[in-house]
Design a protein around this ligand. Sequence first.
Ligand code: PEP
Length: 263
Amino acid sequence: MKPLIRKPCVVANWKMQGSFEKIETFLKQLAHNMVDVNQLEIIFCPPSVYIDSVKKLILKNKALHPLKLGIQNTYCEQTGAFTGEISPLMAKEIGCDYGLVGHSERRTLFHEDDTLVARKVLAAYHANLVPILCVGETAKERDEGKTFEVLSRQLEVVFQQLSFEWLQTIIIAYEPVWAIGTGVPLASESVEAVNVYLRDYLARYDEKLKHLVRILYGGSVKGDNAKSFFAMGNVDGALVGNASLQVETFLTICRDAVSIMNQ
Ligand code: PEP
């Protein structure tokens, strides 16, 4: 049983996939089959260009009102001459409550380093967006036994600039890079070991954080394996990529989250 203080959470990250039509269908089916939202927080991160329309669809349908919106990426400034970037303040204005920061695709494909990630986290907080901070090691780093070292480095730069008030709301998504989009997740016992490490790391900043901060797992979570992660005491939910594109699979993951993490 998870401490009630850490509400289980499932995040759907659609990346640069789908269409407005697909989102409409997804939301319609989600509304018809909504899980117990008192027991689970669901955060939908569609491609940014659709967020405004998605917010309107959510407002039109009462069953969807508890659905939270997240943005997949925001910049480290709120306004200015930054062609093509998205301001956290603007994301908040159109209805986002959460923002992914430091996703491995951003770190790898768009060369975002720890310092930029830290600046983005800070800008998100200033805009009243709660960051979902993604951290994780590459296959090479895991093979070299550097997992904990890498995670500490990724967290350190971010944490040192945040007050307790902010830190207690952050969501951490542990996402081993090699498990994302490959269909091969990390074994649930190994995820648990890492999440325990992350909780102890949080306690170094403040003992209370260990009990307050939600730590998710992401990396090839699917309808047939989500349960194994949710059964672990230190996994508070999942960040789901590919499997969130199919509404039935996503709902299976959400239902498993509700039934297992609220036992
Ligand atoms: C992700 O996008 O963060 C992710 C975990 O993707 P997938 O579930 O497809 O591995």
